[in-house]
Design a protein around this ligand. Structure first.
Ligand SMILES: O=C(CO)[C@H](O)[C@H](O)COP(=O)(O)O
Ligand SMILES: [Fe+2]
Length: 222
């Protein structure tokens, strides 16, 4: 399949959020990545349900909601009602992960599990069959603009092997430090959904950057 690009609005201008949503709407982006942080699971607070609802009102692309919160099972229905098309919960935040994943699917959302850089891919073996997508964190969650962690390539090799064995349709998302310099290598490593925050919104021309993430190898900038 062709890979998907998911700009993260964490790096957008929150005072001009509608403008930045329109920018994504009119770009080659496939999804809108929404980072929800609670100051507990991660040492940062970003945005919550009212902002997700406001984004959904203007969004013409599916919302890919990444919950970096403790006990995310408390809020799954709320995020579905706020407009989430897919809901990502963290392996590290879910003691009853199988149940949490079933609830996400019963709500009609795509179910995704994220793992932090220190969490071994092998821990996903008994849940992978139930998932639509796995998110490999390529930075420690909590902040945009961090440096990509190279061990991600090893984790992609491991998840690719599990995918081949158990769930060939599985999507593999990479989040953190993705940009025009590493996306081609990440595609080769087996990833097919790419979150990009700073690479898009800190660039001089965010739409052109999204286009070049969508078509790596082709010079989309004039
Ligand atoms: O989940 C996240 C951080 O926890 C963000 O999605 C991620 O950091 C994207 O930002 P950038 O592309 O700037 O690294
Ligand atoms: Fe994210």
């Amino acid at each position: 399949m062709n890979h998907l690009v998911a700009p993260s609005i964490l790096a957008a201008d929150f005072a001009n959020l509608q403008r930045d949503i329109e920018l994504i709407n009119n770009s080659e982006a496939d999804l809108i990545h929404v980072d929800v942080m609670d100051g507990m699971f991660v040492p940062n607070i970003s945005l919550g349900l009212p902002v997700v609802k406001a984004v959904y009102k203007h969004a013409k692309k599916p919302l890919d909601v990444h919950l970096m919160i403790v006990q995310p099972e408390r809020y799954l229905k709320d995020f579905k009602e706020a407009g989430a098309a897919s809901i990502t919960v963290h392996y590290e935040a879910c003691p009853n992960l199988h149940r949490t994943v079933q609830v996400i699917k019963e709500l009609g959302c795509k179910a995704c599990v994220a793992i932090n850089p220190h969490t071994t891919v092998a821990l996903l073996e008994d849940i992978i069959l139930d998932l639509d997508m796995v998110l490999i964190m390529s930075v420690n969650p909590g902040f945009g603009g961090q440096k990509f962690i190279d061990n991600t390539y090893k984790k992609l090799a491991d998840i690719k092997a599990l995918k081949r064995r158990y769930n060939p349709e599985l999507l593999i998302e990479v989040d953190g430090g993705v940009d025009e310099t590493n996306i081609a290598k990440l595609i080769d490593a087996g990833a097919n959904v790419f979150v990009a925050g700073n690479a898009v919104f800190a660039s001089a021309d965010p739409s052109a950057t999204i286009a070049s993430l969508k078509h790596p190898g082709i010079l989309s900038r004039s």
